[in-house]
Ligand binder design. Structure first.
Ligand SMILES: [Zn+2]
Length: 348
């Protein structure tokens, strides 16, 4: 399995984030990717390479050009206005019906963010850009005939909408890879990519990006948004719209989900994917489903992860794994490696 890793993720390292009335150390830290790299190397999955550069076009195929411009240039504008250099921290957000976008880039921060976790620092754009290029490089390998590839993306991506940062995410790495694959589809093939999201949280951004399309089938297992982030999307009743109706499948799960209950839900999701019959599978891989995760409430043990990987392998499609969440940092790398070794072993 090809593994793609860029050291530039270290450039995104905000010191603090707002959490329930306090400023706490930033949860989505560089140590996450370091732990994953260490475990993947120990598991000897395959060669580990830096990403190739596919340029901005595949990013702009998914994201709004003004939003991308904002991500590239907001930090200097924020600091030039005399604001706190620790990072761009908006405090006012464009909500229902508030359509006016200020000309000042720094004031656009609340226009282009859904919450307070997407702190932008001097190096955030470079880190996000390389994460997107890592996802594209993994997709490229699979399109060239590799059976599987894994992109160690950081910052993660699945909460990012086409023009909105959210949940530690700026560019939607999985969506960028999935869309790129649709442009390399077998001619005449309508059903191209199944985007399977197994992060603890619903991938609101991925859903929004593909909601009206049928060439990418978005399938997500996640915490019921009645009790967990992102709250405002992720219900089972959201099935897609227009041509995309029937090509969005949300499976909200209760607190305390066990290994067996989760595997049963995953099995149903995989059956739906088999029915869709995609050319490629893209997996938004989060392991914040782990029992020890500080921000999740599922009860998955280490033993679940090889089984998850093996069930995905049974789809028998070229597969791109894109790293998303997981915050039990000491166990994070091994849980990720377990999914990937389970995939390679292909036995439940
Ligand atoms: Zn998550």
């Amino acid at each position: 399995m090809r593994v793609i890793y860029s050291d530039k993720h270290h450039l995104h390292d905000p010191p603090l984030e707002y959490w329930e009335g306090e400023m706490l150390p930033f949860y989505e830290s560089p140590r996450r990717a370091e732990m994953i790299l260490r475990a993947v190397r120990a598991a000897e999955l395959g060669p580990i390479d830096a990403p190739s550069d596919f340029g901005l076009d595949p990013i702009l195929a998914v994201h709004d050009a003004d939003y991308v411009h904002f991500l590239q240039h907001v930090y200097p504008a924020w600091v030039a206005g005399g604001r706190n250099p620790k990072g761009v921290h908006p405090d006012t957000f464009a909500m229902r019906g508030m359509v006016r976008r200020p000309r000042d880039l720094a004031l656009q921060a609340g226009y282009y963010s859904h919450d307070v976790t997407t702190v932008i620092t001097a190096g955030t754009w470079q880190a996000a850009y390389d994460a997107a290029q890592s996802a594209l490089t993994a997709a490229h390998w699979v399109a060239k005939g590799e059976p599987a590839a894994f992109a160690v993306c950081r910052p993660p991506g699945h909460h990012a909408h086409s023009d909105l940062s959210a949940g530690y995410c700026f560019l939607n790495n999985a969506a960028i890879a999935a869309h790129w694959l649709t442009e390399h589809a077998v001619a005449g093939r309508a059903n191209t990519v199944a985007l399977l999201d197994i992060d603890f949280h619903h991938g609101n951004g991925s859903q929004q990006i593909f909601y009206t399309r049928r060439d990418v089938f978005y399938v997500s297992l996640h915490a019921d948004p009645e009790r967990h982030y992102p709250y405002f999307l992720g219900g089972a009743e959201e099935r897609g719209s227009g041509e995309g109706y029937g090509y969005n499948l949300n499976v909200p799960l209760p607190a305390g989900v066990t290994d067996d209950a989760y595997l049963a839900a995953l099995d149903q999701a995989c059956i739906a994917i088999e029915r869709y019959d995609p050319v490629w599978v893209v997996v938004s891989l989060g392991v914040d489903t782990f029992v020890g995760d500080p921000i999740g409430d599922f009860a998955l043990t280490r033993r679940a992860y090889p089984r998850i990987g093996a069930r995905i392998a049974q789809l028998n499609r070229p597969t791109v794994f894109i790293m998303e969440g997981g915050y039990a940092i000491d166990c994070l790398g091994e849980n990720v490696a377990c999914v990937l070794t389970g995939f390679l072993a292909r036995t439940i």
